[in-house]
Design a binder for this molecule. Structure first.
Ligand SMILES: [Zn+2]
Length: 305
């Protein structure tokens, strides 16, 4: 039996490029066809998409938590939606999917990247294979107690494909094209793994999440500075101690104090949706991880089960 892959667009209702691609693939299903795979699509949060809002009651990509999933009478729309997606496509669902690919866009100047939420070996293999093909950076968004309940963690193998920069609610042919390229590479990796032929040769380059920085704030909670223009030129770059981080209304810069644990690279600088989360930018550590043979073995075992 072919391994099942679910592609979700519109997990965030104001990210409209993924949902547009879902429509597009409805007309061109051959673009998703790969030997040994059964690929299908879903809209993550139709109500929020209709409203052009990130979410209605709660961020759907933070709603895969026991409090919401285990409460059949939750009034939270995204809690209901998370339950529905799992009941339909989850590992124990009506038509279970093994792999989840969650399409997102960002207002940050990050280009295309993959987001992992933990170190499960199958997703590491999938991300490593995609990085070998396209050179995409990989953000390992782990160990953040303030942010949990990600959709990709609810499937045996899952990750997010994040593409930017694009404003919220704006359909961009360039972002759609970049998303299509990333998705095609992910499916190619899965096809190889399903056939038992996935080979990984290069060490995995990871940007491991260290923490996030909030804006400086007045006592009433309003931001007292914005990100410095130099921080908006592109993420994945080294942020050294003493470099300008924030810009105050009087034109003076607040420099980065440095991180005692070592060099840091920024990601998700100026992500509009993170304003409400009190995140101006996030700090990561770039690491090179040697390929572990157990990663490919885990992915192939999942797909060939
Ligand atoms: Zn998103």
């Amino acid at each position: 039996m072919a391994a099942s892959v679910l592609i979700v667009g519109g997990t965030h209702g104001n990210e409209c490029n993924g949902p547009w691609l879902v429509q597009h693939w409805g007309h061109e299903p051959s673009q998703l066809q790969r030997r040994g795979l059964s690929v299908r699509t879903a809209i993550g949060n139709p109500e929020a998409l209709q409203a052009n809002r990130r979410y209605i009651d709660n961020d759907l990509n933070r709603s895969f938590i026991p409090e919401l999933l285990d409460d059949p009478s939750t009034p939270c729309l995204e809690g209901q939606r998370a339950q529905h997606l799992l009941a339909s496509h989850g590992p124990e669902g009506i038509t279970p999917a093994t792999v989840l690919i969650d399409l997102h866009s960002t207002t940050s100047a990050m280009g295309s990247c993959l987001v992992l939420y933990d170190r499960r070996p199958a997703a590491l293999a999938l991300a490593a294979g995609c990085q070998e093909r396209l050179g995409l950076p990989i953000y390992l968004h782990e160990s953040d107690r303030a942010q949990t309940g990600f959709m990709a963690q609810a499937w045996p193998c899952g990750l997010a494909l994040e593409v930017g920069p694009v404003p919220q609610g704006v359909l961009s042919p360039r972002i759609c094209r970049q998303s299509e390229l990333g998705l095609a590479a992910l499916l190619d990796v899965l096809e190889q793994a399903a056939a038992g032929r996935l080979m990984l040769r290069r060490a995995l380059k990871i940007h491991r999440h260290l923490g996030s920085l909030d804006f400086p704030r007045h006592s009433d909670g309003e931001p007292s500075a914005c990100l410095h223009p130099q921080r908006l030129l592109g993420d994945w770059k080294l942020l050294a101690a003493g470099e300008p981080l924030f810009l105050q209304p009087d034109g003076t810069a607040i420099p980065f104090a440095g991180d005692p644990s070592g060099p840091v690279h920024t990601v998700f600088s100026h992500e509009a949706a993170y304003q409400e989360k009190g995140i101006a930018t996030s700090l990561t550590r770039q690491e090179h991880w040697p390929i572990d043979p157990s990663w490919v073995a885990a992915l192939q075992a999942l797909l060939q089960a």
